[in-house]
Design a protein around this ligand. Structure first.
Ligand code: ASP
Length: 425
């Protein structure tokens, strides 16, 4: 068993070097040991990049590592879990005597696992159970370190890897937990919501604002909550943070410092974890075959409209040889852009004429309605598509996915306007 021996701080006032999943850049320990005896250490291995080491055959195809259940070992009976159910249908209670649900925990990096030491698969799962012993009471868990990155380095190719990983193990587990940095978690959650079409098991992303090894960490609670939710009948991609499960493709990182780091504006949480777990009635239960499609086209650019925006700068991008295949345009209010002086409409028209898909979302929270104002109508007239209620985190991966899977513009536009995973509210 291992546990953190040092507690790195995330506070800028005490920080002398940055937190990093890459040990060579890791912050030196600054706090006294978390526990005096025995001083153990969260020991995490993983190459600093996302590629397994080529010389090590055991890494060629990493296999999940199983967490040993203390209760099974010691013969300690499990307590029944209690859940308040919205309508009696969404039962995630595991009665006594029924085998524990199986959960695959995939590690991708982020603050939760940052320790200043390399990650090692066996030690990683050991460290999880040491730090959060109740994990063993919640599910039979296998872990796998898929990569170990600050989430600002995670992108479409990693979404593809995660989709493939879940598809590969889909029949072996009841649910999946993905440990992920918070910075781009909402993008990854959205991407998976689209790529895991027909999902009928929970996929729960979680992370932490303070490392598992740190004092006063939020990692323990988030991990335990995420694992428990992965055993429930909530067949969506969600973000579990600070006692809430949010729909992944409606979520946004709303705070960089609070433990309540995520919000899903316009839609209430899928579940609230207090004394009981309250599961909302609007959890989606789709009746489609599981048909994952891991393709994303990363030639997508997001443009944030600002007063006085110079359309010529936009146009220069279109003239580049390697121009974007799609643009997410974050317009004002209900979808307005300047049309009097420095009108954007001719440039959007040019983009559409070049076959570049322009998807309009709003910088505000709420619905884009391109028919509402003269300054929004122009965009519809020149062929831009309304992104409805989509956040930028939902819109960018959706456009990337649409561009990758549909050559036909009509079909692509129909997909963009279809409520694929609840992203349109
Ligand atoms: N920079 C970190 C990441 O997103 C922040 C976090 O995990 O909370 O990987």
């Amino acid at each position: 068993m291992s546990a953190p021996s040092e507690a790195p701080s995330t506070s800028p006032s005490t920080s002398t070097s940055p937190l990093s999943p890459n040990p060579s850049n890791a912050a030196p320990p600054r706090h006294p040991p978390l526990r005096r005896t025995p001083p153990t250490r969260l020991h995490l291995d993983i190459p600093p990049n996302d590629e397994p080491s080529k010389n090590d055959p055991s890494r060629a195809r990493p296999q999940p590592t199983t967490l040993r259940s203390h209760s099974d070992q010691a013969g300690i009976p499990r307590l029944p879990k209690r859940h308040n159910l919205g309508n009696g249908r969404r039962d995630c209670t595991q009665p006594l005597g029924v085998p524990m649900k199986r959960v695959l925990l995939l590690h991708t990096g982020g603050t939760l696992g940052m320790t200043g030491e390399p990650l090692e698969p066996n030690a990683y799962s050991q460290a999880l159970t040491d730090a959060v012993p109740e994990l063993n009471e919640l599910a039979e868990i296998d872990t796998e370190i898929v990569f170990n990155l600050d989430s600002s380095d995670i992108g479409p190719e990693h979404w593809t890897t995660l989709t493939d990983k879940i598809a590969e193990h889909y029949d072996d587990y009841d649910g999946f937990v993905i440990v992920h940095g918070t910075d781009t978690m909402a993008y990854s959650a959205s991407a998976l919501a689209y790529s895991l079409a027909g999902l009928d098991k929970p996929v729960v992303l979680t992370g932490a604002q303070r490392p598992l090894a740190a004092l006063r960490t939020d990692a323990r609670r988030n991990l335990a909550d995420a694992v428990e939710l992965a055993t429930c009948d909530i067949p969506e991609v969600g973000i579990c943070f600070d006692g809430l499960l949010l729909r992944g493709c409606c979520s946004t990182k709303s705070n960089a410092r609070d433990y309540r780091a995520f919000d899903s504006p316009g839609i209430s949480p899928l579940a609230r974890l207090g004394v009981d777990i309250d599961v909302a009635d609007h959890v989606l239960h789709r009746n489609e075959p599981f048909a994952p499609d891991a393709r994303f086209d990363n030639h997508v650019l997001a443009v944030h409209m600002t007063p006085g925006f110079n359309p010529r700068l936009f146009e220069l991008m279109l003239e580049a040889e390697d121009h974007p295949h799609g643009i997410v345009l974050a317009a004002f209010g209900a979808g307005t852009v300047p049309t009097a002086k420095r009108s954007l409409a001719p440039t959007v028209e040019k983009a559409v004429g070049l076959g570049i898909e322009v998807l309009v979302i709003t910088q505000a929270y709420g619905l884009v309605d391109l028919s509402l104002y003269q300054n929004s109508r122009k965009l519809a007239e020149v062929g831009a598509v309304s992104g409805g209620r989509m956040t930028v985190e939902a819109a960018v991966p959706k456009l990337m996915h649409a561009l990758a899977i549909y050559d036909d513009a009509e079909a692509r536009r129909a997909y963009l306007q279809r409520n694929v995973a609840g992203e349109l509210g």
